[in-house]
Design a protein around this ligand. Structure first.
Ligand code: ADP
Ligand code: GLC
Length: 461
């Protein structure tokens, strides 16, 4: 099939979170499976300088310049080059984000002739769906996070060039403004999201972010497909970021990574003390407040453990996390910032990976931790629930620890279970081994997308 993806971030060119990893890996996997895949994304500041081989795209009747890169067979990345909108620092959060992503979506719609399936991602690509009009393509909209909706004042609607009648509560209007996410949901032939449980959660008031009625109205058109992992990026055997290679079959190198991480972060070089890790955008979603409460209580209880954290975002949470590290330097190390290498090293060096998310559409970090032998301790929500098997199911199959309540107490109890399994090396080894052998590669995900695409592909003219 000829597939065109539109994503506002794509690893390694741009990234603020899992969207970049997920779209890059999905496109790559589809290309490997033999499809002709195009990925359209903005040319943000610095990309041209950092990546060799970008060539101008010829013969496109486009509103602006487009650059082309062919990183692997069957895969073309197209970069929308409009300095006025994209040559600046930071991907989002600018006052003119509506203008920027209306422009982006229009460019994507112009490129749709290249494809049989157009798959746009998240609110930044939502308008691609209505802008495609009656183009002879199958329209798929993938939601990686429904909490970010691209809602703008009503006067931005005009810039879309869409018929005035679309500014209606059944279509693009939402609480008096225009919602790009809603546009994607309403006008797509199929809506996908990144785990089966999150697809069910979106239908509820608790998780639907005000759009539950819109999701319910789409009924059968909404499907959850769990993301996969690009194991060529996220692996422990051939990884320049790590101090030592290791694997399920030869796990010894894991302890060298733990020692290296303790040294890098200035934690005491202790053996026999469990090291907990977390890597997050510091937002409400990730439950950092819950994490802070649970860590503080665990320290207060005198439990022996260490914690390594990496993240950035909400300044109050950054301050609170750094403050915890300052007060307890023997136990807690926190780096505020964005650091891909350290992200790999925390996954490899920690014994447990903590994700107390309020909601989590898929979550990639727990999938990475499984492979890295860092036993995930997760709240049972969204993709976290779909991808981790709790200890309660028995050691023979368990891969991690799950808890239900969204509270520091519940997380504290889950961490208590983690510390107690750590004290039983045989059990720990078994659960860790189960996780390291679990396979979340893209094969299954790609097959599921193929099945969905086939349902809506338009017959050749
Ligand atoms: P989300 O997309 O909601 O942030 P995911 O678990 O799907 O959550 O993906 C997060 C991705 O972003 C992972 O690849 C993770 O390593 C990366 N990441 C998040 N914060 C940082 C950071 N401060 N430094 C480096 N990588 C980070
Ligand atoms: C979003 C979600 C995260 C998911 C990622 C990739 O950022 O918050 O749960 O893993 O997208 O789909």
């Amino acid at each position: 099939m000829k597939i065109l993806h539109a994503s506002s971030e794509v690893f390694p060119y741009s990234k603020t979170g899992g969207l970049a990893d997920a779209t890059a890996a999905l496109a790559k996997a589809q290309a490997v499976a033999g499809h002709a895949v195009t990925l359209v994304t903005p040319l943000y500041r610095g990309i041209r300088e950092k990546f060799d081989g970008l060539k101008p795209l010829g013969r496109a009747r486009m509103p602006t310049k487009v650059w082309r890169l062919e990183p692997s067979p069957n895969l073309t990345v197209l970069f929308i080059d409009e300095p006025e909108w994209f040559d600046r620092d930071g991907l989002y959060g600018h006052a003119d984000d509506a203008e920027r992503f209306i422009f982006f979506s229009k460019c994507v719609a112009h490129l749709a002739w290249r494809a049989e399936i157009v798959n746009a991602h998240d609110w930044q690509g939502g308008l691609v769906m209505p802008l495609l009009g009656d183009a002879p393509v199958g329209k798929v909209f993938t939601i990686h996070n429904a909490a970010y909706q691209g809602c703008f004042p009503a006067d931005k609607f005009e810039l879309t060039g869409l018929p005035k009648s679309f500014f209606d509560w059944r279509q693009l209007e939402f609480h008096g403004g225009v919602s790009f996410l809603k546009g994607g949901i309403v006008f797509a032939d199929l809506v996908t999201t990144v785990s089966p449980r999150y697809a069910r959660e979106l239908l509820t008031e608790e998780y639907g972010c005000g759009l539950e009625g819109v999701f319910q109205a789409r009924g059968d058109a909404l499907t959850g497909v769990l993301n996969g992992v690009d194991y060529t990026e996220w692996n422990t055997t051939d990884n320049p970021h790590l101090a030592a290679a290791y694997s399920a079959d030869s796990p010894d190198g894991k302890s060298l990574n733990k020692r290296a991480l303790q040294r890098e972060l200035g934690l005491p070089l202790l053996d026999g003390v469990p090291l907990l890790g977390n890597i997050s955008r510091f937002t409400d979603q990730k439950g950092i407040d819950i994490l802070l409460g649970a860590l503080e209580a665990l320290i207060g209880s005198g439990a022996a453990f260490q914690f390594a954290g990496l993240g950035s975002g909400d300044p109050l949470l950054e301050k609170a996390m750094s403050g915890l590290a300052k007060r307890h330097p023997e136990q807690v190390a926190v780096k505020v910032g964005y650091d891909t290498g350290l992200a790999h090293r925390i996954e490899a060096g920690s014994d447990f990976f903590v994700m107390p998310s309020r909601f989590e559409p898929c979550g990639l970090n727990q999938l990475y931790s499984l492979r890295y032998g860092s036993v995930p301790v997760v709240r049972a929500t969204g993709g976290l629930d779909d991808s981790v098997i709790d200890l309660g199911q028995g050691e023979a199959s368990a891969t991690g620890i799950k808890f239900a309540d969204c509270s520091a107490e519940a997380l504290g109890r889950a961490l208590g279970r983690a510390l107690s399994i750590y004290a039983r090396p045989k059990s720990l080894t078994k659960v860790r081994d189960n996780g390291m052998r679990a396979d979340f590669s893209w094969g299954q995900t790609t097959a599921e997308y193929e099945r969905l695409y086939a349902k809506i592909k338009k017959p050749a003219a």
